[in-house]
Design a protein around this ligand. Structure first.
Ligand code: NAP
Length: 259
């Protein structure tokens, strides 16, 4: 079974990944900022599944705190078999009108931390000849939806590049690209999602099960659900200029209907 380290384990998808992995017998290293939520989860996982859990509180926007997590991943005496780079959040404001500090914060958590932790994990896993890295990207990585798309494009392409580099080493790398998932993500970003049709919402369990199936299969990219698989396939064949034109119209409509 081995040990899995999950970032952003205190809520949403990360919490669901940790719970599913514990139910499969994995010991867990739980990473996030909110210690009390991690303690509550840790107690629950130990009680329900009799697994060992460690709590590593870290703000992944902070390079030194991220390094403490990287050090845990480099520890060959307590090897981590699966790294789930999941911590992240949405960006609601426009780039040009928004605060640059928010953009840098997003890059630190969703790009730099993924880079640093993947470097630490892949080095150790390669030396052991086995292991897996799962990076939580997004359907936005195939679209043109603000700098969040750019950030998640990096996550998807980085995962593909690392999976190519590590082919044949026993280490796999997978990017999972979910559409809209019911978590705290949209509330935290103060996004009003009331107009989104029910059919477009995914549940965390569905995303987690499909993502872990992709990890087991050694797939480089996974898009959970038939609906979003079809959207992703369409976005791959539609000319990029058309994707940009539709994105421009949607952005203009949002501007004119914004309160
Ligand atoms: N929900 C969606 O519709 C959706 C769709 C596609 C992709 N995603 C991606 O899925 C991932 C998980 O998001 P979610 O939907 O589960 O959102 P969520 O419910 O808001 O959970 C986000 C998690 O990230 C952690 N986190 C945020 N900033 C952090 C930081 N600076 N340092 C450490 N941990 C941090 C939070 O923990 P603390 O607050 O305790 O630190 C929390 O555990 C993200 O990468 C997101 O981009 C979400």
């Amino acid at each position: 079974m081995g040990t899995a380290l999950v970032t952003g384990a205190s809520a949403g998808l990360g919490r669901a990944f940790a719970t599913e992995l514990a139910s499969r017998g994995h010991d867990l290293v739980l990473v996030a900022r909110n210690r009390s939520r991690l303690e509550e989860l840790s107690t629950e996982l130990q009680r329900e599944y009799a697994v060992t859990t460690e709590i590593l509180t870290a703000d992944l926007a902070d390079r030194d705190q991220t390094e403490r997590v990287a050090e845990r991943l480099r520890d060959l005496e307590r090897p981590v078999d699966l790294l789930v780079n999941n911590a992240g959040f949405g960006l609601r404001r426009s780039f040009s009108k928004g605060d640059l500090a928010d953009e840098e914060h997003a890059l630190a958590v969703m790009v730099r931390a993924v880079l640093v932790l993947s470097h630490a994990a892949s080095g150790t896993m390669r030396a052991r000849g086995r292991g897996a890295i799962l990076n939580v990207s997004s359907m936005a990585s195939f679209a043109v939806m603000g700098t969040y798309s750019a950030i998640k494009s990096w996550v998807t392409v980085f995962s593909e590049a690392l999976s190519v580099e590590l082919a044949g080493t026993g280490v796999t790398v997978t990017a999972v690209c979910p559409g809209f998932v019911r978590t705290e993500f949209h509330d935290r970003a103060k996004m009003n999602m009331s107009a989104l049709p029910d059919q477009l919402w995914l549940e965390t369990d569905q995303v987690v099960l499909e993502a872990l199936r992709a990890v087991d299969a050694g797939a480089a990219v996974s898009v959970p659900s038939a609906t979003y698989k079809a959207v992703a396939a369409a976005l791959r064949v539609v000319p990029r200029g058309l994707t940009r034109r539709v994105s421009t119209q949607l952005a203009q409509r949002r501007r004119t209907t914004a309160p």
